[in-house]
Design a protein around this ligand. Structure first.
Ligand code: SF4
Ligand code: F3S
Ligand code: FES
Length: 247
């Protein structure tokens, strides 16, 4: 058993401050274990959202030493023995209390995406997908909706005013998933740009770096979606159609 020093942000949406705690740490523990020990011994009112403690529910997102992380997957032995560990709520979303944020922005963006639109002429069981298409979807479907990618993205991290126009990497990835689905008939290229703010993304790849599921968000969804949008924009038939007002 050792001791660690934690600086934890305590407060609500209006105001707060970092509060220092010295707390016991045992071998094999993760940050969430230590937060639970703090609740049990020193800070019973500390608000922390969590559920699975296995990196699968996406609830325990927070910032640990300034980096967006899952607290249940951040091992205590990754810190130096005398390192002060600073734990703060996700910066991009409004704080409800302590380490718990209001992430409803993400759900609003999710609801704005037109749903899967298969060809009505395809009979159930008739459509066959290529294995490569299945694998692409499966990568995106690993998402646990922790929203660490949206938290880190500079487009909204420090720019509240952009939230209205930008879905964040998580839901641009969903638009890309549907756009690249071979049985989806909707053309999502215009709304990706105009309604979900794809153009705001300048491919910094910070989202990919923090994804706990190691999804290649930028390379496999955002860049291919940008390529599709560009293909449409520079398609001479689309250009001509727009000029004469038929597309
Ligand atoms: Fe979390 Fe990755 Fe899904 Fe973003 S894409 S919400 S970082 S699991
Ligand atoms: Fe943001 Fe990821 Fe693009 S961090 S700028 S959405 S590559
Ligand atoms: Fe479920 Fe951390 S508690 S991902």
């Amino acid at each position: 058993m050792t001791k660690a020093t934690f600086n934890i942000w305590r407060g609500d949406g209006g105001a707060g401050e970092l509060v220092e705690y010295t707390v016991e740490v045992n071998e094999g523990e993760v940050v969430l274990d230590v937060l639970h020990r703090l609740q049990a011994t020193q800070a019973p009112d500390l608000a922390v959202r969590w559920n699975c403690k296995a990196g699968k529910c996406g609830s325990c997102s927070m910032e640990i030493n300034g980096r967006p992380r899952l607290s249940c997957m951040t091992r205590m032995n990754t810190f130096e023995p005398d390192e002060v560990i600073t734990v703060t709520p996700m910066r991009t979303f409004p704080v409800i209390r302590d380490l718990v944020c209001d992430v409803s922005y993400n759900y609003e963006k999710a609801r704005q995406i037109p749903s899967f639109t298969p060809d009505p002429g395809t009979e159930p069981g008739d459509f066959r997908m290529q294995q490569s298409d299945v694998q692409r979807m499966q990568e995106f479907r690993k998402c646990i909706e922790c929203f660490l990618c949206n938290d880190v993205c500079h487009v909204i991290r420090d720019h509240e005013e952009n939230k209205e126009h930008f879905s964040g990497p998580r839901y641009l990835m969903r638009v890309a998933e549907l756009e690249m689905h071979p049985e989806d008939t909707a053309d999502r290229r215009v709304i990706a740009q105009d309604e979900f703010g794809l153009g705001y993304c300048n491919i910094t790849k910070c989202c990919t770096e923090v994804c706990p599921e190691n999804i290649k968000i930028t390379d496999n969804s955002l860049i291919p979606l940008k390529e599709r949008v560009a293909d449409r924009k520079y398609d001479p038939l689309v250009w001509l159609g727009e000029k004469i007002g038929v597309r």
